[in-house]
Structure formats: C-alpha cells, structure tokens
Design a protein. Structure first.
Length: 313
C-alpha cells in the first residue's frame, strides 16, 4: 500500500528534478547567449574599424583633391573674366575663409571686385519682412521701377540690383552715387545690411549663402534669399548664387531656386562653394553667365553637372 509519506517524497523528488533542470538549462543557455553576443561584438568591432579606415581614406583623398584644386584653380580660371567688375553679396552664414579664397580666384580670373554687401540675419527674417518691404519702396532710385511683387525678397533684389549692378547693355550705372549711398545707409541703419564703404557698381555678381537655413523659419528664410538672388540677376550681365554644403536642400536657398523652373532657367547655382573645386566652378559659372548660359552645378543630387562644359571657343 502506498503511504502518504511516499506521495510526499515522490512529489518532492519531482520538484527537485525540475529545479535542477532549470538551473542546468539556464546555465547552458546563458553560456550560449554570452558566446553569441561576444561573437557579434567582435564582428561589430571589426566593422567599425573597417568603416573608420574607409572614412580616413576618403578624407585623405578629399584633402588631396582640395589641395590639387587650390593649386590648379588660378590656372584654370586665368583671364576668364578679364576687364569685368564683380560685386559680392553675402549672407551672414558664409565662411570668411571661403569668401576670401573666392576673391583670390576672381582676381586670378582678371576680374576686379568692385564692392561687397554683407546681409544680416534680419534681412531674411520673416518677422521683419514688412519693414524691409516698406523701406525698399521708399528708397528706389529716381526713374527706376520695382518688380511687380509683394514679397520682400523680390523687391529687395530689385532695389539692390539697381544700386549695385551696371546696366547689362549700356554698362552704365543705374543709380547716382547719392542715391546709392542714401539707400545703402538706410538699409544699414535699419539693420538689414552691414555698413558699406567704397563700393562701385559691377557688371557681374555672386550672391553667397551658407548651408541650409535652420530654425522654425528656415523655409521662409531660404525662399527670401532665393527670391532676392533671382530678381537681383535680372539687373546685370550675370549672377551666380553659390552656397556651401546643405544649400541645395529644401531649406537652402539653392534648393528653392532649383525647385522653381523659372528661377533655375536664369540664375546659375553652385552648391559646393565650400570646397576649392566648388569655388573654381563658381568662377566658371559666372563666365558662362556672361555668355548667356545658365546651369546648376555642384555635388548635390539636384545639380545638373559638377561643372560647366569646357568652352569650345
């Protein structure tokens, strides 16, 4: 006869066996998991090392290419803009190093930088657009006519185009010295540009922008600068909008221009002005504008080509 004590001992033995099985199973499973994780960690470490090596190699290649473009750049553009005057207009996000390097290339191309206007952050601030619009309409030179537009960017492009650029066909100033001085002084006093000294109108222009605009009003700022540069182009013999990395994105001025067929068909753009090669392309694009041609150049996906095609003339 099976006693109660036998039942208790049997049940206890079953539970003991289960407990031992769980302990042994979990130990084996843990060892297996740890072994697998260690193997994956080693593989990931190797991948990170390989990627770092690839990155270092690419950075080295880029540095070599940049040094080559810096050395060959003056030879590549030599004499292309001889007897031409150029005005520079810069937004506050432009690198001063890139700006100075571009000026050196323009000099090598035979051009004379006749003046420069530095825009401030307030210029593209949508909260101050009404103030800029009102100021522009008050400062238009006698006999000049602003474009039919309501946005501050286009209107400012019309005003500064007449002030800073020579007429594309007559090569004559489109404003008097007094008109130019009064308007630029008024814009500076209102905080839209930095004070300007020693500026003379130019035949050609390069509008410089940084990368992508940032903040909640990034799209509005990019559109404002794009509209400004597009309208500014109409006043002279040729204009290029050149920007740094990110400028061809949806929140960059170049990206806005390239998304607009009308603007893209008249205003040349270069999206890699932050590199030595991009600055060479900027000068080449400006020379192409003199010939009545337009292009979207650079390394961004919405560029038509890295650089203008070599001239056959």
């Amino acid at each position: 006869m099976i006693s109660l004590r036998y039942h208790v001992i049997s049940i206890g033995a079953v539970f003991l066996a289960l407990a031992l099985g769980v302990v042994l199973g979990s130990t084996t499973l843990s060892d297996s998991l740890l072994s697998g994780i260690s193997g994956q960690k080693a593989q990931l470490g190797e991948q990170v090392t390989d990627l770092q090596a690839q990155r270092n190699s690419l950075n080295s290649q880029l540095s070599d290419a940049d040094r080559f473009a810096t050395g060959i750049g003056p030879l590549a553009v030599r004499g292309l803009l001889a007897q031409h005057t150029v005005v520079l207009v810069s937004d506050p996000n432009v690198s001063k190093v890139d700006e100075e390097a571009l000026k050196e290339l323009l000099t090598a191309a035979g051009a004379k930088v006749s003046g420069q206007v530095q825009l401030t952050a307030a210029f593209s601030d949508p909260n101050r657009a009404d103030q800029l619009r009102d100021l522009v309409t008050q400062m238009i030179p006698a006999g000049a006519q602003l474009p039919v537009a309501s946005d501050a960017g286009t209107l400012a492009g019309g005003l500064l185009g007449d002030l800073l650029l020579l007429h594309k066909t007559t090569n004559a100033a489109q404003s008097t010295t007094n008109e130019r001085s009064a308007a630029l002084t008024g814009l500076a006093a209102a905080g839209f540009i930095s004070p300007v000294q020693g500026l003379a109108p130019g035949q050609l222009a390069i509008v410089l922008t940084g990368g992508a605009q940032t903040g909640s009003s990034a799209g509005d700022r990019a559109a404002m600068l794009a509209n400004f540069a597009t309208q500014f182009q109409h006043a002279g013999a040729g204009t290029v909008l050149a920007g740094g990395s990110g400028s061809a994105s949806g929140s960059g001025a170049i990206g806005v221009v390239r998304a607009n067929n009308d603007a893209n068909s008249v205003l040349s753009t270069v999206d890699d002005m932050g590199t030595a090669a991009g600055r060479v392309v900027t000068v080449l694009a400006l020379q192409e504008q003199v010939q009545g041609k337009t292009g979207a150049y650079g390394t961004a996906g919405n560029a038509n080509a890295p650089a203008p095609e070599p001239s056959t003339s």
